[in-house]
Design a binder for this molecule. Structure first.
Ligand SMILES: [Zn+2]
Length: 586
């Protein structure tokens, strides 16, 4: 399909998807060609920039759009204009956001449909985030989805899912995104997807993070803007929208919906750590591509209209959230939740679904649900979307990362975390260390990594000498919650959990059995209590008793030959306010 090979003086602004009547979606080259035409036609309103290069060497393009040529973050801030980051194609098979974005930019910049939409807000628009995935196009990339004819692949070219990569940032695309994020520090993120799952009437579902994951100012702005204003207006436009629908049992929607989990690895979860509101849009995969593109077009238009009407409210919310996080460092009673659980008390929800049948399948030997989209039906179901904090910690005043842990410091840099390096050794510093035991890894890789599934942890007060080059990460910074998510071992997407620190669990020197035989005898002779303990374990633990290596290891692990190896010592230390204060004066 060749949409418009015409030059900048062509007056036909039909987008490639519109030209095909939404049968197809344009290639990246066609997408960029259309955007370049827009830029040539309206250079005072549209500016294209490259913000990264994909692993396959393709440019990552971002469009800056504004009524009056406010094209830099500095200019946006000087003009008190909030910055909205709209991203499409993080999952490039789910590409409505790209085609809706082209139409919306056209209607802002050249057709005069919405000439004032960006008077008081700056739009930063990524038409395709996962460019390599987008170009890996096939009719078979989305089995659950109704068109377009061909679509991109979920992972980028290194088989990484960018919407699980926000914290670990393994993908070059994510590293480029993080730089873009820090450059613009957007006030609001909109991330556009297509859902999988059940059939129902809604053409779009949406998700925002639970209030417990957000600063109250962010939660209040989201609620007012999305729930109170944009969604009612959206339904007046003829759309049916719902909160995100994660069914407890895909075989029976009557059993209710629950929170899908999210977390720091996801776009909205990451924005929450950054004190920014974020909206996940999921168009419904079974609606026609035209319906899905217009669903995104209309919602983004209404959101921008809303923000343009009251830009100060958004700026005030993000400023307040940042100030709250910085001020929290002065509060010794502050707690930060790391993990969340479902609130056991559901709320009622009215699901606009379809009638369905459930038959026993001889193929799966399970229930086969089949929806009848000609028979709309409303169900009163339970909604378990509300979360409660599960595991919470008291944040330190600062973390200390040893200078040799360059892989950790590199992640701090990628996330724009502020820190300072000490120039000379500091002696007799009281810190809190973590000792980690019983590590268990996942049995299969996830996103290219073997995650640390579980471990035990205890905090150990310790007096240390911090060598020159140690990195002090203070918590009185606006991105403190990102640092906590990276460095606190029990955080669900901590660097420890993603496997960045697996080496700390390895022994580097072992004892030869013939040597340990002697060591064991020497230890038993000196320590009658150890003898009792050993005999008890032989009695209580038949697997241990049957494992001659484990029996020798029992002694090795209680000897200085082992403890000197410091197995399980988490290298990142915590400092409290008094310790940090002393450090500041040294
Ligand atoms: Zn998706």
């Amino acid at each position: 399909m060749s949409a418009h090979a015409a030059g900048p003086h062509d007056t036909d602004w039909t987008t490639p998807a519109e030209t095909s009547h939404f049968r197809t979606t344009p290639s990246y080259a066609q997408t960029l060609a259309y955007l370049e035409r827009l830029q040539q036609a309206a250079p005072g309103k549209i500016k294209l920039e490259t913000f990264g290069i994909t692993p396959r060497g393709r440019p990552m393009t971002v469009v800056i759009a504004s009524s009056d040529g406010t094209f830099t973050p500095e200019a946006a801030r000087a003009a008190h204009k909030p910055i909205v980051l709209l991203q499409a194609g993080i999952h490039p098979g789910e590409i409505e956001g790209k085609d809706a974005g082209l139409m919306l930019l056209r209607d802002i910049a050249v057709t005069d449909k919405y000439p004032h939409l960006l008077d008081r807000v700056v739009l930063v628009y990524i038409p395709v985030f996962s460019v390599d995935g987008h170009e890996n196009s096939s009719p078979y990339n989305r089995i659950n989805q109704n068109g377009p004819e061909r679509m991109g692949f979920r992972a980028q070219s290194q088989y990484l899912n960018l919407n699980r990569d926000y914290i670990k940032a393994d993908a070059p695309e994510m590293q480029a995104w993080l730089k873009l994020w820090q450059k613009w520090l957007p006030d609001f993120l909109i991330d556009v997807h297509t859902t999988d799952g059940a059939d129902y009437q809604y053409d779009l579902t949406w998700y925002t993070e639970d209030p417990h994951k957000l600063d109250p100012a962010i939660d209040a702005w989201q609620h007012k803007t999305i729930v109170d204003e944009a969604m009612p207006a959206y339904e007046k436009h003829g759309h049916l929208a719902s909160i995100y629908l994660e069914f407890k049992d895909g075989r029976d929607p009557r059993k209710g919906i629950e929170n899908f989990g999210s977390g720091p690895r996801f776009s909205t979860g990451y924005a929450a750590l950054q004190n920014r509101p974020a909206l996940l849009i999921e168009t419904h995969m079974l609606k026609s591509y035209a319906v899905r593109v217009y669903a995104v077009y209309d919602l983004v238009h209404l959101l921008l209209e809303d923000i343009d009407r009251d830009p100060g409210a958004l700026l005030a919310a993000t400023a307040k959230a940042d100030a709250d996080t910085i001020a929290r460092a002065q509060d010794p009673t502050a707690r930060v939740p790391l993990t969340f659980k479902l609130d056991p008390v559901p709320t009622p929800y009215e699901l606009k679904g379809y009638a369905f049948t459930q038959t026993h399948s001889e193929i799966s030997n399970d229930i086969w649900i089949q929806y009848d989209p000609t028979r709309p039906q409303t169900y009163r179901i339970d909604n378990w979307n509300k979360l409660l904090p599960d595991l919470s910690i008291t944040p330190p005043a600062a973390y200390v990362v040893p200078g040799e842990w360059t892989s950790i410091i590199q992640k701090l840099d990628e996330h724009g975390i502020a820190y300072r390096r000490i120039g000379h050794p500091m002696k007799q510093v009281d810190a809190t260390a973590y000792r980690l035991d019983d590590p268990q890894w996942a049995s299969k890789p996830f996103e290219g990594r073997l995650m640390l599934r579980s471990f035990t942890l205890r905090a150990v007060p310790t007096e240390v000498t911090l060598p020159a080059g140690s990195v002090i990460v203070p918590m009185n910074q606006r991105a403190a919650n990102v640092a906590i998510a990276l460095l606190e071992p029990q955080a669900p997407d901590s660097l420890l959990r993603w496997g960045f620190l697996n080496a700390i669990f390895e022994t580097k020197e072992y004892g030869e059995p013939r040597v340990l035989e002697k060591l064991a005898r020497d230890m038993l002779a000196k320590d009658p209590k150890l003898k009792t303990e050993f005999e008890q374990k032989l009695h209580d633990d038949p697997a241990f008793a049957a494992d001659s290596r484990a029996r020798l290891a029992f002694f090795f692990e209680r000897s200085p030959w082992y403890t000197v190896q410091n197995v399980g010592a988490y290298p990142v230390l915590r400092l409290d306010a008094a310790q940090l204060g002393i450090l500041g004066t040294k």
